[in-house]
Write a protein that binds this ligand. Structure first.
Ligand SMILES: NC(=O)c1ccc[n+]([C@@H]2O[C@H](COP(=O)([O-])OP(=O)(O)OC[C@H]3O[C@@H](n4cnc5c(N)ncnc54)[C@H](OP(=O)(O)O)[C@@H]3O)[C@@H](O)[C@H]2O)c1
Length: 270
């Protein structure tokens, strides 16, 4: 059955740019009440203005998802304003290029804190509201890199695979509470992601080397996310080709090695 999203309350983290900002626009068009969260308040207000142009209204709550207290306040303020929370879209995240020597470096620790524990903070706080409601939807932006390995993206891939594991387990745990859990696996998406990675490590390897057939727009990903909110499903794969490839690589890991060999070589050279 398709859900009417009109009047439903959604919190979007990582809403100041990219996939989160694009999702806010489609959520506005669907008539949802929107709460925008990220660290950069000015950017959140820009997105709120775009939401308004698209017929919606958005509340801005600057939040660092790595900070559990801030996430709790985000959810508390949402419930104070709207009386409920229907959808938590845990989307905030970043990546950067690092070799094996840096797997426990400061940036990599931070990546776990944002990508994985930031997601945990959002899901925990949201589930505490959704359980007594008897309904809700938790969505997580993971990545195709949870399934495919690329050299020098090991920590990023690991955080994204961890989000997938979290989603699979919570889906069963929360099913009896009327809470759906969806994991999203985008391929390369044209957002600020690559610019952020470049600023952090001075290279833009993913952006430069990803073939166009594996690049998508944030709008395309956002449309697929809205479709999953209307008809909840366990996984969203905005690229069918990537989905088929990931399934084949799981069955035949040697195929992954062969298929990604030349691509991996480009990443190694940088
Ligand atoms: N772009 C891709 O190719 C791609 C592919 C697969 C998966 N993904 C995933 O998609 C998600 C969204 O990324 P994007 O592509 O839309 O990149 P983006 O344009 O760089 O957006 C990332 C968002 O995350 C927010 N963010 C980062 N750290 C945060 C923190 N500590 N607390 C709160 N918000 C934080 C950023 O806002 P502030 O800086 O204002 O905090 C920004 O709004 C990420 O989880 C990413 O891993 C991206």
């Amino acid at each position: 059955m398709t859900r009417d999203l009109g009047g439903k309350v959604i919190v979007i983290t990582g809403a100041s740019a990219g996939i989160g900002a694009a999702t806010a626009v489609y959520a506005a068009r669907a008539g949802m009440h929107i709460v925008l969260a990220a660290r950069r308040e000015d950017k959140l207000h820009d997105v709120a203005r775009t939401v308004k142009v698209n017929g919606g209204e958005a509340m801005v709550i600057p939040t660092d998802v790595a900070d559990r207290e801030q996430v709790q306040q985000l959810v508390d303020q949402t419930v104070e304003r709207f009386g409920r929370l229907d959808v938590m879209f845990a989307n905030a995240g970043f990546g950067h290029y690092a070799g094996v020597d840096n797997l426990d470096g400061e940036l990599d620790q931070r990546m776990w804190q944002v990508n994985y524990f930031g997601t945990v903070h959002c899901l925990q706080a949201a589930a505490a509201v959704m359980k007594p409601q008897g309904s809700g939807h938790l969505l997580i932006t993971s990545s195709v890199l949870a399934h495919l390995g690329l050299p020098f993206y090991s920590t990023y891939s690991a955080t994204k695979a961890a989000q997938h594991g979290l989603a699979m387990s919570l889906r069963h745990e929360l099913a009896g509470d009327g809470i759906d859990v969806t994991c999203v696996f985008p391929v390369g998406t044209r957002t600020e992601f690559f610019e952020t990675a470049r600023k952090l490590d001075g290279r833009d390897v993913v952006g430069q080397n990803t073939p166009d057939m594996f690049m998508q727009s944030a709008r395309h990903v956002a449309k697929r996310i809205l479709a999953a909110m209307r008809r909840p499903r366990p996984e969203v794969w905005p690229s069918r080709l990537a989905h088929v490839a990931a399934a084949a690589f799981t069955m035949f890991p040697g195929l992954r090695q062969a298929a990604l060999k030349s691509q991996a070589e480009k990443y190694r050279k940088g």
